[in-house]
Write a protein that binds this ligand. Sequence first.
Ligand code: NDP
Length: 330
Amino acid sequence: MSDTFRALVIDNVEGNQTVAFRDLSRSDLPDHDVLVEIAYSTLNYKDGLAVSGKGRIARRLPMVAGIDLAGTVVESRSADWKVGDQVVVNGWGLSETEWGGYSRFQRLKPEWLTRLPDAFTPLQAMAIGTAGYTASLCVDALEDWGRIQPGVGEVLVTGAAGGVGSVAISLLAARGYNVTAATGRPETHDFLRGLGATNFISREDLLAKGGPLQKERWTGGVDAVGSTILANALAQTVRGGAIACCGLAGGADLPATVLPHILRSVALIGVDSVMASASQRDRAWQRLARDLDPGKLDTLTRVEPLSKIQALGDEILAGNVRGRVVIDVT
Ligand code: NDP
């Protein structure tokens, strides 16, 4: 094991937030019970905000960025984990309050680790990443609502060509739902059709001004965008339908009324992946292992070196990333 390794560190230098590569040693890492040698991390929207400095994601400094990671346990003081175990970590405050995955090594609390399903390599787990795992939590939430059936009506996925959206389409299509993809990028239609989308609606159409109760269309939905698009999606949801919302790529506001909820019993289900329980995580990862076609996963994945992370951060914030970007930290 090398003495020093490279990590992307957010810090405060003379009152200014800086984001720079730094050489760390194992003694610099937090004193948690499990040391993981990281193989891959990913690029998520929140990582884009963190590494570009455009969002104050880190709540204490210095902070190693990267909200998720996959790798191998190399030291453990926990009875639950042994050397050689392959693990994945999503959320738990990584890159916010806890040091994260843009590093060759990280020390972590045992309870933050999820066992890597046999179906996936570390690279595939990070191709799924927090975005894909969140998409899986959203589909779980829709199924728990209990009133949406595969093959009956249309399920809407917004931000379709992004990380959450593309995995949500794959998971819903695998269970037999008719998926309509909402995207601002018509050039991604073939890609999205390949994942299982059967119908498309443009971002502009979903942004168009509409009343609080519009023509009923969606039996359910996964929303990664928020704002006007979510408000319109709710206003177009059928009686008893539900939208699982997890993102704010289009804005954190919600210019909506209560009418879809009180007149059509429409549900808005919030999904937070960061503090999801271990059982929610296991269930979401089991769905991914069962329903995500590794061949499709490869079509929505590209691998980039950690050295390019800042340019990649700008790319995801500009809405130009298609599918998932895996970050090779080796
Ligand atoms: P991506 O950038 O990969 O995808 C977001 C997609 O949203 C884009 O590809 C684009 O889709 C669409 N989009 C972007 N900007 C706009 C805009 N201004 N108006 C309308 N649509 C837009 O991000 P992720 O998929 O990784 O994440 C999506 C959202 O989910 C983010 O807000 C992220 O913070 C959030 N998130 C939340 C989690 C949670 O725990 N709640 C966990 C993970 C992510 P298209 O080109 O198809 O139109």
